[in-house]
Design a protein around this ligand. Structure first.
Ligand SMILES: [Ca+2]
Ligand SMILES: [Ca+2]
Length: 328
């Protein structure tokens, strides 16, 4: 079984890298899995033990209070919160500090982050981070995007000053911000500052006392409220303050969401790679981690469709049951 899983992983990596739309990158890892708290606190593991390519598993229900900024300087470091069936999301209470990412290709999934100056700060010039399924609350800024080519999806961000901030220098670009739900932040999204080619779609922006989004300008850079470089495809966001479409993003730049959603976005069941269709690539993603369980190397939360801590036939069944679905 182990040999099959490895073969599946390699096959999946090749297939996804070559053929897919590039939304999901499956990374082959051969490094250590650290289990927190068995290996100490998360901050201790990150600062002292973990190396490039390692994965850190944080048990459901775990709570840690930071005593300083949590700096992620490694490349290709992965932090996975425990599967939902085993308990609530593990919590990093930042106590006014921040999680600062200075390395590349950082992955964090299924963690709760509270009381931070910046919940997750993706450093300027860093690239290819993957932020999925996190709950970020009561922060000055929920996620500050200074990176290139990151995927930020299916997170819930609430009660922050600004939910997602993409107002960095022109270097910041090529990030996909999709399927996040931002509620009761003072401002949901802050964009502009010369950033370019960031794609913002399928997000739900709700209940912000100030505008759900604000565009800083300057005029010109082609950030889009769609999944491509054109403003004229049919993916958009849900805005609870929406006037008749298109939704004009307040601010000096004139960004528009040409095809805003009429109702909040809900992620289709079985669409593991979040590309809007349930197809062979979701099967491949499931195969990539098939046979892996929560505490072992190779487990990926995104492959575990029913979040029970094991990637097995029941996850394949969920994909199969929805196979053929295509977002209209
Ligand atoms: Ca899919
Ligand atoms: Ca499962």
């Amino acid at each position: 079984m182990k040999g099959k899983a490895v073969a599946g992983l390699i096959l999946a990596t090749i297939l996804i890298s070559v053929v897919s739309s590039g939304l999901i990158v499956v990374r082959v890892r051969a490094q250590v899995v650290w289990n927190v708290p068995l290996s100490g606190t998360l901050a201790f593991v990150v600062s002292t033990l973990a190396l490039t390519g390692d994965t850190i598993h944080v048990a459901a229900g775990y709570v840690e209070n930071l005593a300083a900024d949590l700096v992620i300087a490694q490349t290709d470091l992965h932090i996975y919160g425990g599967p939902g069936i085993l308990g609530p999301l593990p919590i990093i209470n930042c106590m006014g500090f921040s999680i600062r990412v200075t390395g590349h290709a950082f992955t964090i999934m299924r963690m709760e982050i509270t009381n931070a100056l910046v919940g997750i700060s993706l450093g300027v010039g860093t690239h290819e981070h993957w932020i999925y399924g996190c709950s970020i609350n009561n922060c000055g800024i929920g996620i500050s995007v200074g990176s290139i080519g990151s995927l930020i999806h299916c997170n819930k961000i609430g009660f922050c000053g600004t939910g997602i901030d993409i107002s960095g220098p022109p270097l910041v670009g090529g990030n996909r911000i999709r399927a996040n739900t931002l509620t009761q932040n003072n401002m949901g999204l802050l964009i502009g500052g010369g950033t370019a080619n960031n794609h913002i779609y399928y997000n739900n922006f709700m209940n912000s006392p100030n505008p759900n989004a604000w565009d800083l300008g300057p005029v010109g850079p082609p950030n889009t409220f769609d999944d491509s470089g054109t403003q004229h495809l049919n993916k958009g966001n849900f805005w609870d303050t929406m006037p008749p479409p298109p939704y004009i993003i307040p601010g000096p730049n004139g960004y528009r969401d040409n095809f805003p959603l009429a109702a909040p976005w809900t992620q289709p069941s079985g669409d593991l790679n979040q590309d809007g269709a349930v197809d062979i690539f979701d099967i491949v993603l499931c195969a990539a981690a098939f046979g892996c369980s929560w505490s072992t190397l190779g487990y990926m939360p995104i492959s575990d469709a029913n979040s029970d801590g094991t990637v097995d036939v029941f996850d394949l069944v969920i994909v199969a049951a929805n196979f053929g679905f295509v977002d209209p």
